[in-house]
Design a protein around this ligand. Sequence first.
Ligand SMILES: [Zn+2]
Length: 162
Amino acid sequence: MTFHDQPMSLEDLAFPRDRQARSDTRAIPAGTIDPSGLQGECIDGPGERTRLGYVRVWVSGVRLLAHVVAWELINGPVPTGMELDHKCRNRWCRNPLHLEPVSHAENCRRSPATTKLDWEKVREIRRRYVAGESITHLGRQFDVTKQAIWLIVNHKNWKEPA
Ligand SMILES: [Zn+2]
């Protein structure tokens, strides 16, 4: 099987097995993977967890960030000067649909909303939401956006370890 013979599975995406073919992910043309089969769920997979919570995989002897590899398999190289922001806020997630290239400044601008929260607060938000408090109200209480609260109460991020 060559690289382009068949759509790659998420397993492949998660951990490129055909190291020879993927010796240089930056040489892989955009559109190599069809993203239409991807679901909205966050995707974890094998690899080495970094101190900051990202996952590194080995591709032909080179250590690369799993989420960057996944994104580049669909979109091609990350544009120069851009960083991939995890919209789901799960740094381990390698679902390309959860990643968005943004400038470094934009990435910094987005991060304070997440650093305002910690596990204790996240659990409190979930308790209070279940108890009937509205997303808007919780957003004001915790000084984060409604979107941030929505992601938390729907368990789209800050996932409790299984
Ligand atoms: Zn995700």
